[in-house]
Design a protein around this ligand. Sequence first.
Ligand code: UDX
Length: 427
Amino acid sequence: MARIGVIGAGYVGLTTAACFARLGHTVVCADVDEGKVSALSRAEIGAHEPGLAELVAEGLRDRRLRFVLGNAEALSDVDFVFLCVPTPTGEDGAADLSAVHAVLLEARDAVRPGCVLVIKSTVPAGTAELVAQLVGRSDVQVVSNPEFLREGHAVDDFLRPQRVVVGAEAEEAARRVVALYAGTGAPALVTGSASAELVKYASNCFLAMKLSYVNSLAELCERVGADIGDVTEGMRLDDRIGAAFLEPGPGWGGSCFPKDTRALLSTAEDARVDFPLLRATIGTNGHQARRVVGLVRDAVGGRLDGVRLGLLGLTFKAGTDDLRDSPALAVASLLAEEGARLTGYDPCVSADCGPVRVRESAEAVADSADGLVVLTEWPEFAELDWPHLAATMTRPVIVDTRNLLPVEKVTEAGFHLVSLGRPTAAR
Ligand code: UDX
């Protein structure tokens, strides 16, 4: 078993540290936030990640995992250092690598001979090679090992990954990193570092493109009287298309897709490669938020000024408490710009956000509202007391941007229900 240093205790670093400890390695996880380090040392993780708190507690108890303030202890006396620091979108859309560079300047003088620096943060193709030059030590190898963790599924995605991707010029270093995942039984791809770095962007941007395609298809279904549910069901039967990521929505969001699509487009532009599919994927996502606002405006009579709307769901997807780049908030901002007065309920959000006054329940949000908008696919929204909600609203109007609601029950309760990609009658 190996001694591993993890730099950064965000949801990627924390998941990486706790899961490597579960796999039997000894892990030191470093962060710059003193409050976070002391909370994590008490197994208080804060994030909404099923199973993660238990793994952290187990690692602490078995003394295979500890948290430290500052990077020094996670750099010295370890066999591998995993960089799990943020690479946010810079002004020009490119990934901002300043956090990566800061760690490397510290690491190059601190790590032992034979140590492998592993870049798990999402970085543009070519970064590992640049990092190797920056570190400039022949006894220290730099390897790319991108993460494929979905929020709300991070522990499962780490311990039962569909693939482990490792990129390095030095094959031996790559093999050593692959060996760390031996306990997962996952297929491993060992390739050059640029290819490994690109697999991450290529995968996320393909998924975003698939969603933008479905969202445009839903709009077409509405015009030609087709049903997006039946159309995607037909598509799913073709295993070349795949069954997942075919649900229409208010657009895609989160801490990855918006960042990664912009970063890949920036990489393409720097390489003077025209990538119209990627531009259209991003553009379609912006259009989707505006299209949802149009559906709401039409549903409440053509104007939003002074209209009281209750939003159901604020996070970027169900199963997480993350509001970063949430399509729900993008829609809320556009609604507020047209004068709508917004309240919102989300099982994982308690503080007001942007123009939305957050309430404690769906019932509170529906009370005296002129319309409801479902924006996040929390399962509880499919089980509401529709007759009661209809009775407390000024007008029983609901726009379901996730096609989550039971059409018959909602319409029987008297609602005018608008959903995505369905013939008008079923909408
Ligand atoms: C994503 C990738 O899935 C993961 O592999 C990568 O490591 C990080 O980025 P995540 O950001 O957690 O994970 O979100 P994901 O579950 O992929 O959903 C992204 C967006 O697509 C969400 O806004 C979600 O609501 C939306 N979505 C997803 C749809 O609108 N329809 C779908 O069918 C699936």
